[in-house]
Write a protein that binds this ligand. Structure first.
Ligand SMILES: Nc1ncnc2c1ncn2[C@@H]1O[C@H](COP(=O)(O)OP(=O)(O)OP(=O)(O)O)[C@@H](O)[C@H]1O
Ligand SMILES: Nc1ncnc2c1ncn2[C@@H]1O[C@H](COP(=O)(O)OP(=O)(O)OP(=O)(O)O)[C@@H](O)[C@H]1O
Ligand SMILES: [Mg+2]
Ligand SMILES: [Mg+2]
Lengths: 255, 255
């Protein structure tokens, strides 16, 4: 597909799920066919799209342990063209259950490759949990590039070094062509000095998307309605910023 | 000790580290001897107290795998009476390295029990990573009670059910007397309806501390100076709120 992205940052609460859900929705609203895979046992991306874990049957867990094909677990979403592979709490067990399997790190990649042979998608996005364990490694191996949401705060900046080291390790081993699509600044508060300092620092070392996601209460309200913000309040600052990010992601031609 | 607490919530970015660091500091500033254990491979509590992971030698990782005693890894902090057992990235490996050890879930408890025989502490706090894996389970088994920082947003509320289910599982197995000290509301924005709705909902089911931690930029600035907010800016709203929480934690007599 055009974008095959892992939305990743082991720092917690930086806007991974909010970015994955709203970018996926905004890309679908531009007429693209989009698959969002929820690889977080918390299942926030699933409930943010109207499929809370208690309502989900088979999930990405069943796909990873080889009981189901990805096609069998797909659910429709409130946006045409957007499909979800949901997560449930079972996913917590996958890390231990797969510990002795030689192909444990490439289960997700294999499942996506099988799906794409009979179901076309323009974009595949994977929402990752806040850790660098097997679930995140699966997402890194499955993706062509990473999209890194970054909250402009001290602890989040500190975590970037660990994240890049993990990406290097995956490149050195399982997936030599893994790229970094770019960083997206999230929850950005323009009145806050620290935010500008962190933003200036990361722009020196990484590609940072023009779209900067402001702190916007509509973004934290939308999930309680099971809708992306681009449906819940399309003219909000949060929705506009994610539409801009989606346009940046669909404009660049893959070289 | 008086308080032997695991600061836990698998939802990312809800203020676990900020709460652990600032409560530990505020308790020490009241003249108590306090031990803060960093069980998160990100090592945010460590760097928030002036010991970034790149400067740390032996850490809690060495204690868990049996190479060092807790006493050997303690570091002094910018507050008298506060000691830190730091974390490093090595901790990521502990979950896999201990997978076949029968006592893997009670390594931390055993290490704390040994320490307390020759070094008295009034309070022991453990900062947990944003997951429900072996590191968090170790903290739950090692603690007498849990302190749950709760961001008043939809995804964080949704995660509470999973957290309570995990606590029940630990109670049913390894640690029948594990208690819930209470919830502390963090990053509270009084102008936000959702925050009040979430707060009202949780107060129906749990004990919630009177101290409510407001969103306060001084809290996110303090870690870049390697200091708790109670030193960095003692009269800030954040510092005052954590002092209040510390007084609630030291007032209640353990029954
Ligand atoms: N730009 C924003 N403005 C306001 N609130 C936001 C914004 N982005 C995310 N949020 C809210 O902040 C919280 C954290 O965001 P989110 O859950 O997307 O982060 P995450 O990185 O996926 O967290 P985790 O590490 O737990 O997976 C959520 O309650 C979300 O609704
Ligand atoms: N009350 C507050 N007001 C403003 N900023 C805060 C507040 N509490 C925490 N922060 C900031 O929000 C971010 C998340 O907080 P923190 O890192 O303590 O959460 P956490 O639950 O420990 O995250 P993780 O899940 O990654 O361990 C940090 O950058 C922190 O400085
Ligand atoms: Mg998330
Ligand atoms: Mg933390």
């Amino acid at each position: 597909p055009f974008n095959r992205l892992a939305v990743v940052n082991q720092k917690g609460g930086v806007g991974k799920t909010t970015t994955a859900v709203n970018v996926a929705a905004a890309l679908a609203q531009r007429g693209r066919r989009v698959l969002l895979i929820d690889m977080d046992p918390q299942g926030n991306a699933s409930s943010g799209l109207g499929h809370p874990t208690r309502t989900v049957g088979s999930s990405i867990y069943n796909v990873l342990i080889g009981e189901a094909a990805l096609r069998d677990v797909l659910l429709p979403c409130p946006v045409d063209g957007l499909f979800l592979a949901p997560a449930t709490q079972d996913l917590v067990a996958a890390e231990i259950e797969l510990v002795d399997e030689p192909d444990r790190a490439s289960r997700l990649r294999a499942a996506i490759d099988v799906l794409l042979t009979d179901m076309p998608f323009d974009d595949v996005l994977v929402d990752c949990p806040p850790s660098l364990g097997l679930l995140t490694v699966n997402a890194l191996v499955a993706a062509d590039e990473v999209l890194v949401p970054l909250q402009c705060e001290y602890y989040a900046l500190e975590g970037l070094t660990h994240l890049m080291a993990t990406i290097e390790r995956v490149r050195a081993g399982l997936h030599p062509t893994l790229g970094v699509k770019g960083l997206v600044l999230t929850m950005f508060d323009a009145r806050n000095n620290l935010a500008h300092q962190v933003a200036a620092e990361v722009r020196k070392h990484f590609f940072v998307f023009d779209a900067v996601i402001p702190r916007n209460v509509r973004l934290s309200e939308a999930p309680s309605h099971g809708k992306p913000v681009t449906l819940y309040d399309p003219s909000s600052k949060g929705a506009v910023a994610y539409q801009l990010l989606a346009s940046e992601l669909s404009a660049e031609k893959k070289s």
